[in-house]
Write a new protein. Sequence first.
Length: 303
Amino acid sequence: MNVIRSQSEDAKAIYQIWKEIFAFDDFGFTDYYFKHHFNPFRTYIIKEDQKVVSIGSFHKHVYKINHRFLEGSMIVGLATVEEYRHKGYMRAILETMLDHLASQELITFIQAYNPELYKPFGFEMVYYRKRYVLCRQDIKSIDLKGVTTAIHYEDMLKIYAKFAKRFHGFMIRDYQYFKQLELQCKATNSQIVCVYEKGLIKGYGILQQFEQHVLIEELIYLDLKTLYKILSLALKVKLKVELIVSKQEQLDRVFNMEGEIFGYTMARIHDYEMFNQLFNCQVSSVKEAFALADRPLFLRENI
């Protein structure tokens, strides 16, 4: 089988595969992604019968890992058309991609729907998230003073930086990131709401509306008052809120319920000798490497 870099003319076929295979998790995201993020040069494909049948992409970012800034990649969109599965195409694409990335970076990430598929390639689950399903009786009543849908990218960047200081592993964001985030929200029936107090931003949340509930997958806050305000607003929109946060955010006592923990992001270290030299350690697994940190992990991004 021949794994090749995609060309611009392959974009339409790759888009169609995304629309078909990832339809369960789309909600407008695929159209946004191909308009603003898709890069043929960072996409590998296999063609059979003169058509694209297997795909995989990666996106470059800068992450803060254990007090150091490291360039890494997030692998996305690994998929094979149904009638061409079980032929080793995904393995071939992933191996080719990892060979390429190993020469450029120390750590590669992947958001995995099926973690068992990626363990043979050296990936281990490092980042877990926690899901809460909340109703109005679960949140104490609080006024919505200071809550607004008027957003300022500089303020969002500022509060994100303060929030992220509590963690490691987070992706470094900039002004342009939040401009793109607003476009993504418009494409996926989502809305950014911010909380201010005495003119200073205290946090923000991204509310995605569905027929029966509001989904919040990003909620940046420095205190519980801000958390309650964003949740209270969401519960005025729908009767139920699905809140997803990092596993390390200790909110079980806040909500008086146990959140559902699930794996979200896996990581692969390409060169342990280099990693050990860089961090002055002696680790031999991804789990050991990420256990070195003195702060919990926050890996929100999936592209």
